[in-house]
Write a protein that binds this ligand. Structure first.
Ligand SMILES: Nc1nc2c(ncn2[C@@H]2O[C@H](COP(=O)(O)OP(=O)(O)O)[C@@H](O)[C@H]2O)c(=O)[nH]1
Ligand SMILES: [Mg+2]
Length: 368
């Protein structure tokens, strides 16, 4: 039984495989770690397999798993989980895009009680070197989508991460495409995560295998995890969606308050329409604030560290911002882009909803 298993997925990596195995093994020695190295190869057509077999002769902690069907990076990593002989797994690329020197820190963080430790390119201190603009744009798009599910994780699609065996052991992973981490976050059983910044360096040798199909598969994967979270309320993504739904329900009660007050002020007080509208809006904002404060975000950190008045003022300002976004989109999309005004308004409402949710979550209630 090893302390940890470093899983290296490979496909035609003859130029890198020897160096990466040696580098990981050197890190093990330096930090007195009893580590296993598990190469999961998709039946490479170059010398990758023979090089690993040769390394195996002198290093008994090196293993290779050769896959013959269901070719794919995520599938390979997921197979690696089931073949590893330890309780902690670290996944790392073969092409030196991920620095092996961080492995001991990741392992430490797991031992300190984190379930998942992620090497992040997008947190402070992290970065990407030598990537063409196209790759950057695709990656930022993918990361943004992933963050909709896990807003507190800066790099939910990183290929460099450590995970405790129990997280993935019974998870119904449906591995496909490139983003195995997102699948682990979405379907795994975990509570605590930790991110460590690193600088991603694009490969010097060999070629990348990212294809258009990969992007389509990724969109399917995000959708699948979202649907999964709707029916598996113990999942991490549900923790977030639950709050979005609660926030939405509160928003609906706000509409009822708004309409009711407007009707009352017009019918029984005969107030000026604009004034009545203003009071109705303000009261509905107050209604929404109270329900969100007492229900949606009842266990938020911000409720301990800020006064209710402070939160109310922030919430009010964010709501006004939401109205401005809604009206601007209604106006711009209808007049500049010729969209049917009810459609522009619907888009405006959705964007304003997303804005008010995210900004209030972050600033009013300091949810993390
Ligand atoms: N087993 C397996 N490994 C793969 C596959 N595609 C890529 N890899 C490995 O996954 C890692 C990252 O792949 P790479 O092509 O460099 O992706 P990029 O860094 O995102 O451009 C490398 O170690 C590759 O050898 C695959 O289909 N199967
Ligand atoms: Mg690479």
């Amino acid at each position: 039984m090893y302390d940890l298993t470093v899983i290296i997925p490979t496909f035609n990596e003859e130029a890198n495989i020897r160096n990466i195995v040696m580098a990981v093994d050197a890190v093990f020695h330096e930090h007195s770690l009893n580590g296993q190295i598990l190469v999961v190869d998709d039946n490479s057509t170059d010398a990758t397999i023979s090089i690993v077999n040769e390394l195996k002769r002198t290093k008994e902690n090196v293993e290779i798993l050769i896959r013959e069907k269901d070719h794919g990076l995520s599938q390979s990593v997921s197979d690696g989980f089931y073949h590893a002989v330890s309780d902690v797994f670290v996944v790392i690329d073969a092409d030196f895009s991920h620095p092996p020197v961080l492995i001991p820190r990741m392992y430490d963080e797991i031992r300190k009680g984190n379930d998942i430790v992620i090497g992040s390119r997008y947190m402070e201190g992290g970065g990407i070197r030598k990537w063409p603009l196209k790759r950057r744009v695709i990656s930022i798009g993918a990361t943004f989508l992933g963050r909709l599910l896990f807003p507190d994780i800066t790099d939910p699609v990183s290929g460099f991460f450590a995970v405790r065996k129990e997280v993935v052991e019974n998870a119904p992973l449906k591995p496909r495409g490139y983003k195995i981490l997102l699948e682990v976050l979405g379907k795994g059983t975990w509570e605590k995560d930790r991110e460590i910044p690193f600088e991603f360096v694009d490969r010097e040798i060999g070629s990348s295998k990212l294809k258009i199909r990969t992007i389509i598969e990724y969109a399917q994967q995000v959708l699948d995890i979202t649907l999964y979270s709707f029916t598996h309320h113990e999942s991490a993504a549900w923790r977030e969606w639950k709050r979005v739904f609660m926030f939405g329900i509160v928003g609906l009660t706000g509409i009822v308050v708004n309409m009711g007050v407007l009707w009352y002020l017009r019918e029984f007080v005969s107030l000026d329409l604009l004034l009545a509208g203003f009071i109705a809006t303000e009261l509905s904002i107050l209604n929404n604030f109270l329900w969100n404060d007492l229900w949606t975000f009842r266990s938020a950190k911000g409720r301990k560290y800020s006064s209710r008045w402070h939160r109310l003022v922030t919430f009010n300002l964010v709501s006004v911002g939401g109205v401005v976004i809604n009206l601007s989109l209604l106006y711009i999309l209808s007049t500049q882009f010729g969209m049917y005004y009810l459609v522009s308004n619907m888009i405006g409402i959705l964007v304003a909803f997303a804005w008010t949710f995210m900004v209030n979550r972050r600033f009013t209630w300091q949810w993390t």
